[in-house]
Design a protein around this ligand. Structure first.
Ligand code: KG4
Ligand code: ZN
Length: 336
């Protein structure tokens, strides 16, 4: 039995979770800084680091309380050590190392994207590889071929904006607030997804990067459309934009699943909280008769339970991370 306490502070959520054996979530506390950053229209790195410093102790105390545990019950302490904002990452990494020293247990540095990938296994640990995982967040858009746990090949990624970034930028342009994903998701339910035919970037089969994405042209198309058609409603714009993003994400992920003869497909990352994406993803997987795992929304957006799940696997397979390990803002997903 391994009880891992994990800390996630890579961006704008201060999160601590306690997970037993990589799947049993005993505590999952997330404190969001959205209200603090909203007035600036995006995450301000320096403000994020200060807020993490302020919130980490109370979040940690709550997680231990929720699990009914003290330091003596914890077998390892983990933290996200990249990718993310350097100042924000260092708050979590420093705290995790200090706790590991104080409690005399191993420290594990976790890749944030591997965390998003493990969110799927929190709920369905027996999911059988090979799998195709679509990881869509504010900073990344990846199609990952998971040959086995810890064995990843990146089949495709974005050549410009990440999917979440596109949601955030379009929402910002339309003055809908930050973060853009949840607002557009909500507004889209009132609009017509076929009202405006926005471009589907790099969708044509036969393109060189068959599994790569491009969202910056779509963002420009929305801006140009609004300039020409000021009468367009936010709801129709949101629904049509979202449909274009979802169309490309789902089509490419399923194409990748066919390509590697995957037994199943999974979703991960903040954009995986999107209602339309979840719906289309599940429909298309069902059509193919393959497994489909769409994690609960709370495990899609940033949280520390997914970091604990990844840490449990890494600790068992690679051992602890040295206390001289720091934080790496542009850390890549480890691939084979
Ligand atoms: O994974 P995440 O919480 O943080 C990063 O690692 O980046 O992802 C945040 C991103 C933001 O761009 C946000 O707008 C997007 O996820 N997001 C959504 C939804 N909820 C969050 N995008 C579309 N629909 C949603 N419901
Ligand atoms: Zn994330």
């Amino acid at each position: 039995m391994t009880v891992v306490l994990a800390i996630e502070t890579s961006c704008d959520e201060t999160a601590v979770a306690i997970v037993r054996n990589g799947t049993e979530v005993l505590a999952n506390v997330v404190s969001s800084q959205i209200d603090i950053h909203a007035e600036f229209g995006g995450v301000v790195p320096e403000v994020a680091s200060r807020a993490h410093l302020e919130m980490l102790e109370p979040v940690l105390t709550k997680a231990l309380d929720d699990a009914g545990m003290t330091g003596t019950d914890i077998d390892a302490v983990a933290a996200t050590h990249g990718p993310g904002l350097i100042g924000a990452l260092l708050v979590g990494v420093s705290e995790a190392k200090a706790l590991a020293l104080a409690w005399d247990v191993p420290y594990v540095g976790v890749n944030h994207m591997e965390g998003h990938l493990f969110a799927t296994f929190l709920e369905q640990p027996d999911l059988e590889p090979p799998l195709v995982v679509l990881l869509v967040s504010g900073g990344h858009t990846l199609i990952v071929h998971l040959e086995a746990l810890g064995r990843y090949r990146i089949l495709g990624s974005t050549i410009d904006d990440a999917a979440g970034e596109a949601f955030d930028k379009v929402a910002r342009y339309l003055d809908l607030g930050y973060p853009g994903g949840p607002v557009i998701d909500r507004l889209a339910t009132e609009g017509d997804p076929t009202a405006i035919k926005f471009p589907r970037g790099l969708l044509t089969k036969g393109n060189v990067g068959d599994f790569d994405f491009s969202f910056s042209g779509l963002k420009t198309a929305v801006i140009n459309y609004v300039r020409k058609h000021p009468e367009a409603t936010d709801a129709d714009l949101a629904a049509s934009f979202q449909e274009a993003v979802v169309d490309v994400l789902v089509t490419k992920a399923m194409r990748a699943a066919d390509h590697v003869a995957a037994k199943g497909v999974c979703l991960g990352g903040g954009v995986a909280a999107n209602s339309r994406l979840r719906e289309r993803f599940a429909e298309e997987a069902a059509e193919r008769g393959i497994d489909c795992l769409v994690p609960a929304r709370a495990f899609c957006t940033d949280n520390a339970a997914m970091i604990a799940a990844a840490a449990t696997w890494r600790l068992a397979n690679d051992g602890p991370t040295g206390l001289d390990d720091g934080a790496t803002p542009n850390l890549a997903l480890p691939t084979v």
